[in-house]
Design a protein around this ligand. Structure first.
Ligand SMILES: *[C@@H]1O[C@H](CO)[C@@H](O)[C@H](O)[C@H]1NC(C)=O
Ligand SMILES: *[C@@H]1O[C@H](CO)[C@@H](O)[C@H](O)[C@H]1NC(C)=O
Ligand SMILES: *[C@@H]1O[C@H](CO)[C@@H](O)[C@H](O)[C@H]1NC(C)=O
Ligand SMILES: *[C@@H]1O[C@H](CO)[C@@H](O)[C@H](O)[C@H]1NC(C)=O
Length: 401
């Protein structure tokens, strides 16, 4: 059993429907429902600049079958639901409630003046390994199913899509499954209309990675992927290259080793080119394997140095992103230390030279041990609280309430 030790807790003066981004918090849309758009993408509306979030819609108590949901936002923090962009169809061979519809991505096609959605299309035993394609004249949908195909005859599992801002072309990224002949990640180019794949640009050979996404800076491409550990997080890695065809660097980690990428899996990246600054965002998923529909989002800014060829995620509990200027800043809270808390039952204080004020509270088991932080002053409105804890398998992180 994991031994939980509380280090401290932090209180933030943030509203519940707020303009702040809170990685790992419970995100609600403006109707008060949990935001359910997992492993998806954010597409920017070409006319209005609005952000549209697409993702797997998870139904309570079920793994699959929810279809693709869509939300819109002007600030990446306040979300309005527009229901399902791709609704499941009973009896359909590829988009029925028992099909797998994963990692949807949406891109604008200039040629047909419509939006194209691509995803990992499969049956419930992952026996098809196809790419689904649907289209809509309206970004919010509804999207009409077109096809589910094998990319140039091969298998396709975890799916990603990337558009190069320099030539306007889109590329698909897909792992080719877990078989011995698979375990690669393909990077293939679409035709100009994004209706079909044309050719393989690069193959990340036998790294056995998944959840791929590509980020483009002025001088580099960074491909980020995770290892295959199901819904448990691991150390996401990045490869760097001057051009999509490579050569690509060896993979390197993007977050401190003991955090398992701050308890998240890669999936998408978003570039905010503001008036003052360009901010690169990592859009990861924090899967809750016990209750998939309650899975959370770890969206973090990245530190990228093209000269040093480095990229790393910047952990921030709560931050304020100005999508117009591109600037972001952490929102600071008040810290309450474990050393000052009251304990009862099995919970006790113990000296620890790594902890603030040299003290942790440990032995917090079951419901007969309590830790009470006193003198907490609220702002008279809903606020975020982060708890800093550590357990014996070495994950140190914060949890939002
Ligand atoms: C999924 O498709 C594969 C390949 O056609 C098939 O062998 C398998 O039985 C299918 N699984 C389900 C649950 O239909
Ligand atoms: C497009 O979607 C928006 C938002 O859901 C809706 O208000 C609008 O009527 C739609 N337009 C068309 C042409 O369907
Ligand atoms: C898919 O590609 C792999 C190499 O990446 C190859 O070994 C395999 O035969 C291909 N599978 C199909 C169905 O084409
Ligand atoms: C405390 O835990 C015990 C054993 O798991 C359980 O029977 C009891 O109902 C719990 N009490 C409360 C107040 O949750």
């Amino acid at each position: 059993m994991a031994r939980l030790s509380l280090l401290s807790s932090l209180l933030f003066a943030a509203l519940s429907v707020s303009k702040y981004i809170v990685p790992g918090g419970r995100w609600h849309d403006i109707d008060g429902n949990l935001v359910s758009a997992h492993a998806g993408c954010v597409t920017v509306d070409k006319d209005t600049g609005k952000f549209w979030l697409f993702g797997e819609y998870k139904v309570e108590g079920r793994t699959e079958g929810g279809g693709v949901s869509v939300y819109s936002s002007d600030d990446l923090a306040t979300w309005e639901s527009h229901g399902l962009a791709l609704a499941p169809v009973k009896g359909h061979p590829y988009v029925s409630p028992s099909n797998i519809i994963q990692r949807p991505k949406v891109v604008y096609s200039k040629i047909s003046n419509e939006y194209h959605m691509w995803w990992h299309a499969d049956n419930s035993s992952y026996g098809l390994l196809l790419q689904g394609f649907a289209r809509s004249p309206n970004i919010s949908g509804p999207y009409t199913f077109v096809s589910a195909t094998a990319p140039m005859g091969n298998w396709s599992q975890d799916f990603g899509l990337f558009t190069d801002y320099k030539n306007g072309r889109s590329y698909a990224l897909y792992s080719n499954g877990d078989r011995k002949e698979g375990r690669d990640v393909y990077l293939s180019s679409y035709n100009e209309d994004t209706t079909d794949l044309e050719q393989v640009i690069h193959r990340f050979d036998k790294y056995d990675l998944e959840a791929p996404t590509i980020l483009q800076t002025e001088k580099s491409y960074y491909a980020m992927m995770s290892h295959k550990t199901g819904y448990r997080p691991n150390n996401v890695v990045a490869f760097r290259a001057d051009s999509l065809a490579g050569p690509w660097s060896q993979p390197f980690m993007v977050a401190p080793l003991n955090t398992r990428t701050f308890n998240s899996q890669s999936g998408f990246t978003l570039t905010i080119k503001g008036k003052k600054k360009t901010t690169y965002l990592y859009l990861g998923d924090q899967w809750d394997s016990n209750s998939l529909w309650e899975s959370r989002y770890i969206w973090l800014p990245m530190d990228i140095d093209d000269k040093k060829k480095s990229l790393s995620l910047v952990w921030t509990d709560v931050y304020d992103l100005d999508v117009k200027t591109g600037e972001w800043s952490p929102v600071n809270g008040k810290t309450y230390y474990a050393a000052d808390a009251k304990t009862s039952g099995g919970a006790t204080k113990q000296e620890a030279n790594f902890a603030s004020k040299g003290t942790i509270v440990t032995g917090i088991y079951g419901n007969d041990s309590t830790v009470t932080f006193e003198g907490v002053e609220g702002a008279g409105k809903p606020q975020w609280v982060s708890f800093y804890y550590e357990n014996t398998d070495d994950i140190c992180n914060s949890r939002k309430a």
